[in-house]
Ligand binder design. Structure first.
Ligand SMILES: Nc1ncnc2c1ncn2[C@@H]1O[C@H](COP(=O)(O)OP(=O)(O)O)[C@@H](O)[C@H]1O
Ligand SMILES: [Mg+2]
Length: 763
C-alpha cells in the first residue's frame, strides 16, 4: 500500500475501463460520465451479478441534477431487479465481523464506491476492490485509519430477495390466528381491561345487595351515602375502561383487516391468468370476500367470547359464594341451553353452506350482467338476465327463510331456560329463604337476580360460538379454495434475470389447454434471431395466440423447450420476462386515469418524457395533443372518449414505454378501421428497430414488411420464410394471400381454392 490513502472507488486511472465490461457498457450507453458515478454503478452491477442478477443499465434513470446516484436511487434500482437492498450506516469493526462472503458496497464520501470482497482478520484489514477495475486487478487492503479518510460509514447491503423463499403458508385458520396473535400486546391489554371491568361491575351488584340487606333493614343513611359515592366512582371508571377497551378492539380489527387484505390481494395477484380465465369473476370476488366474515368473527364474536370466558371465571365463584344451590341450578340450566344449541349446530351449518353457494351464484349473475352490459343491451337480453337474477334471488330468499325457521327453534327452546337464570333462580331463592333456615337474605336474592343472567349469558354464547366457528371455517374454506392453489410466486421471485437480446427458439413445443382434447400446439419448432420481425398467420384456432401466451409465461405446463437467447424459459424469472416483453392485444384494458398515467402505468423510474417518446413512437402523439387536456386528459372506464384506433395506439405506447426487447402484437390492428390500421402499421417499422417483434395478424397485407412470416395450422409450423418465398412455395399462404388480394390474382386462384387446404375462414 502507498502511504497516501488511495481512493479505490474513483480511481483516476482511465486505462482501467477497458478491462471492465460494465464500465465499457456504461460508457457506451453514455449514462454515467463521472468516475464516481461509474464506480457506484459498476459496484452495483458487480454485486448484483454475484447474486445472479444481470442489471439492465437502461432501466436506471439518473436524474440530471444529481451528482452521484444516492442510496435510495440505487436501492430502488436493485429492488426493481428483484434483489433485497438497503442503505445502512456501519463502522469498520462491524464490517470486519461480517461472515457472508458476498461483496458489500461502501459508499465513499466523494460519491464513488468500493467493494468489500474479503477480510484479513489477523491484521485487521479489509480487502477492497475498485469497481472500475478489471477482474484481474489486485485487491486493495486497507486498515481502519485509511478507510476513515475516504469513507464515513455509508454501506449498501445487497442480498438475493428473501420474499417467498419458503413458499407462503396456506390461508387457513392457523394463519389467521397467527395474524391475530401477532398483536399480543393489544390482546393482553384487552384481557387486563376486561378483567378489571368485570371486577368493577361486580362492585355495584355487591353494593346493591348491601343496600337491600343493611340500608333498608337498618335505615342506615350514612351507609347509603357512602354507597352512592362508591357507586358513582365505580361507574365512571367502568365507563372509561370500556371506552379504552372498545378502542383497542377497533384498532385490533383495523390492523388485522389491513394485514389480511394485503395478504389476500398479494396471493390473488400471484395466481396464474389461466385460473382467472376459467373462473367466473363474480364467484371469485364473492369467495375472496368471505375472508371479511372470518375477520369479523375473529375480532367480534371470538373476541367477545374470550372476554365472556374471563368474566365467567370471576363471576361463577361469586355466585357459588352467595348460594351454592342456586348457582348449581343456574349452571344446569346453562348446560341445557348449550346442549340444545349444539344439537342444532349441524343442520344450521348445512343451510349456511347452501346459502353461501347460492349467494355466490347470485353474485356472479350480477357481475356478469354488469360486465357484459353492452351485449345485454345490444341483444335486448335484459329480460332473460332479469329472469335469471329473479331465480337466484328467490333461491337465496327461500334458503334464508329456511335458515330463519331452523334458527328459531333453538332460540325458542332455550328462552325459558334463559329466563330461569335471571328470574327463576330468584324465585327459587325466595322460596328457599322462606322454607328453610338457611342464611339467604333479601340482599343475596337480589344479588342473584343481577348475577344469574350475567353468568348464563356467557355460558350460552360459549355454546353458540361453536356455530360461528363452523361458519368461519366454511368461509375460510372458500377463501382457501381460491388462494391455496399453485401460484406463480416462485417463478415471479426466482430465476435468472438475464439481459435480453430477443432471440426466440421453440423446440418441439407441445401444449394442451386444460380440458381440451387436441393440443393447441403440436411439436412446434422454429427459431428466430434477435431483432427479427416475425409475422404469424394461420386460420382461427391454429395456435397463434397460444404461441404468444407461452412466450409470456401465461401457460407454463408445456412440453419441449422455449428458449430466449438460448436460456430455457423455465429458468427465467417470470416478472423479469414479462417486464422485458411488451404485449398489445386486440382489445386492451385502459385504466381509469390520465393518458400519461395509462402510458406509464405506475412503472417506477419513468418520466413524462418517456411517456411522450413512447407515444411518438406509437404514432399516438398527434391525437393525444389534440385531446382537450393533452396528456392529462382523463380516460374513463372502458375509455368511451377514445376511438378504437386511438385506444390501440395508446396500448402500443404503453407497451413501448419500458423499451421492451420483445414486442408482441396479437391481432392488435384487427379491429381497427383501415385508416387507423394504416396509421399503426406505418409506425411498425420504426417501432421494430432494436427489438424482436412477433406480430399476429389475419390481414396479410400488414405483415408484408416482416423479416419472416410463419404459417401455422393446427398447432404446427407449416412453413417459415419471407412473403415472396411463401407465395412461391406455401400453398396455404398463397391461398390466403390471393384470397385477400384478388386483384393481384394472376390466374384465378379461386378455382384453386377447392384443392387447397381449408383455410377459407381466413383468420
Ligand atoms: N383458454 C383456452 N382454454 C382452452 N382452449 C383454448 C384456450 N385458448 C385457446 N384454446 C384452443 O386452443 C387452440 C388454439 O387457439 P389460439 O391459439 O387462440 O388460436 P388463434 O390465436 O390462432 O386463433 C384453439 O383450438 C382454441 O380453441
Ligand atoms: Mg388469437
Amino acid at each position: 500500500m502507498n502511504d497516501t490513502p488511495r481512493n479505490p472507488g474513483s480511481g483516476e486511472t482511465s486505462g482501467q475501463s477497458a478491462a471492465n465490461p460494465d464500465i465499457a457498457a456504461l460508457n457506451d450507453a453514455g449514462i454515467a460520465t463521472s468516475p464516481q458515478i461509474q464506480a457506484r454503478l459498476a459496484a452495483i452491477m458487480f454485486t448484483a451479478r454475484y447474486h445472479g442478477v444481470e442489471m439492465n443499465i437502461e432501466s436506471l434513470r439518473l436524474r440530471p441534477d444529481e451528482p452521484a446516484p444516492s442510496p435510495p436511487v440505487l436501492v430502488e434500482w436493485l429492488r426493481e431487479a428483484g434483489l433485497w437492498a438497503r442503505g445502512v450506516p456501519m463502522n469498520f469493526r462491524q464490517l470486519m465481523k461480517v461472515d457472508d462472503p458476498a461483496p458489500i458496497v461502501l459508499l465513499l464520501d466523494d460519491g464513488g464506491a468500493a467493494m468489500v470482497v474479503g477480510r484479513n482478520r489477523e491484521k485487521q484489514l479489509l480487502l477492497l476492490r475498485d469497481p472500475r477495475g478489471g477482474a484481474y486487478d489486485p485487491v486493495i487492503a486497507v486498515d481502519e485509519l485509511r478507510l476513515k479518510q475516504v469513507w464515513s460509514g455509508g454501506v449498501l447491503l445487497v442480498r438475493a430477495s428473501r420474499s417467498g423463499v419458503e413458499g407462503d403458508p396456506p390461508v387457513n385458520m392457523a394463519l389467521l390466528a397467527r395474524l391475530v396473535w401477532s398483536d399480543k400486546l393489544i390482546l393482553r391489554d384487552i384481557a387486563i381491561s376486561s378483567i378489571t371491568i368485570t371486577i368493577l361491575s361486580l362492585v355495584p351488584i355487591l353494593l346493591v345487595m348491601r343496600t337491600i340487606s343493611s340500608v333498608l333493614q337498618y335505615h342506615s343513611a350514612a351507609t347509603l351515602d357512602l354507597i352512592i359515592v362508591i357507586l358513582f366512582t365505580v361507574v365512571i371508571f367502568e365507563a372509561l375502561l370500556s371506552w379504552g377497551r372498545k378502542m383497542m378492539e377497533v384498532i385490533l380489527a383495523a390492523k388485522l383487516d389491513s394485514r389480511l387484505n394485503l395478504i389476500i390481494f398479494d396471493r390473488l395477484m400471484a395466481l396464474p391468468i389461466e385460473f382467472f380465465e376459467r373462473q367466473r369473476a363474480g364467484e371469485l370476488t364473492y369467495k375472496v370476500q368471505q375472508v371479511n366474515r372470518v375477520r369479523e368473527f375473529l375480532t367480534g364474536k371470538l373476541m367477545n367470547t374470550f372476554i365472556d370466558v374471563m368474566m365467567l371465571c370471576i363471576l361463577l365463584p361469586v355466585t357459588f359464594y352467595i348460594n351454592a344451590t342456586l348457582a348449581w341450578t343456574v349452571l344446569v340450566a346453562a348446560a341445557l341451553i348449550a346442549v340444545i344449541i349444539a344439537i342444532f349446530l349441524r343442520p344450521l351449518g348445512a343451510i349456511t353452506g347452501r346459502i353461501i353457494m347460492a349467494e355466490s351464484g347470485k353474485g356472479s349473475v350480477l357481475v356478469e350482467s354488469i360486465q357484459g352490459i353492452k351485449t345485454v343491451k345490444a341483444l335486448a337480453l335484459e329480460s332473460s338476465r332479469s329472469a335469471d337474477w329473479d331465480r337466484r334471488v328467490a333461491e337465496v330468499a327461500e334458503l334464508q327463510i329456511e335458515l330463519g325457521q331452523m334458527a328459531n327453534w333453538p332460540a325458542t327452546l332455550t328462552m325459558p331456560l334463559q329466563r330461569y337464570c335471571s328470574y327463576g333462580a330468584v324465585t327459587l331463592g325466595a322460596y328457599i329463604a322462606l322454607h328453610s333456615n338457611s342464611a339467604l337474605d333479601a340482599g343475596s336474592v337480589a344479588g342473584f337476580m343481577l348475577l344469574g343472567g350475567r353468568v348464563a349469558g356467557p355460558l350460552v354464547s360459549l355454546a353458540s360460538v361453536m356455530e360461528d366457528v363452523q361458519k368461519a371455517q366454511a368461509s375460510i374454506e372458500h377463501v382457501a379454495w381460491v388462494l391455496n392453489r399453485p401460484n406463480e410466486k416462485q417463478a415471479l421471485t426466482h430465476g435468472l434475470r438475464p439481459r435480453f437480446e430477443g432471440a426466440i427458439e421453440f423446440d418441439e413445443v407441445t401444449f394442451k389447454y386444460e380440458g381440451a382434447k387436441t393440443p393447441a400446439l403440436d411439436k412446434m419448432s422454429f427459431k428466430i434471431p434477435a431483432g427479427t420481425m416475425l409475422g404469424l398467420v394461420g386460420r382461427s384456432g391454429s395456435g397463434k395466440s397460444t404461441v404468444t401466451r407461452l412466450l409470456q409465461g401465461i401457460n407454463r405446463d408445456y412440453s419441449g423447450a422455449i428458449k430466449i437467447d438460448g436460456t430455457d424459459m423455465r429458468e427465467i424469472n417470470l416478472r423479469h420476462l414479462r417486464k422485458s416483453f411488451g404485449m398489445v392485444l386486440q382489445d386492451n384494458f385502459l385504466f381509469r386515469g390520465s393518458v400519461r398515467d395509462n402510458i406509464i402505468s405506475g412503472r417506477p423510474g419513468l418520466s413524462f418524457e418517456d411517456a411522450v417518446s413512447a407515444a411518438r413512437l406509437a404514432g399516438a402523439e398527434e391525437f393525444i395533443e389534440r385531446l382537450p387536456n393533452g396528456y392529462d386528459t382523463f380516460i374513463q372506464e372502458g375509455s368511451p372518449n377514445l376511438s378504437g384506433g386511438q385506444k390501440q395506439r395508446l396500448a402500443i405506447a404503453r407497451a413501448l414505454v419500458s423499451n421492451p426487447k420483445v414486442l408482441i402484437l396479437d391481432e392488435a390492428t384487427s379491429a381497427l378501421d383501415p385508416e387507423s390500421e394504416a396509421l399503426v402499421n406505418a409506425n411498425i417499422q420504426r417501432i421494430g428497430k432494436g427489438r424482436t417483434m412477433v406480430i399476429v395478424s389475419h390481414r396479410l397485407s400488414s405483415l408484408l414488411d416482416c423479416d419472416l412470416i410463419m404459417v401455422l395450422d393446427r398447432g404446427r409450423t407449416i412453413d417459415i420464410g419471407t412473403h415472396h418465398e411463401l407465395v412461391e412455395r406455401c400453398a396455404i399462404y398463397r391461398h390466403l394471400w390471393f384470397q385477400q388480394n384478388r386483384h393481384l390474382d394472376p390466374e384465378g386462384f379461386e378455382n384453386d381454392a377447392k384443392n387447397s387446404p381449408a383455410l377459407t375462414q381466413g383468420r
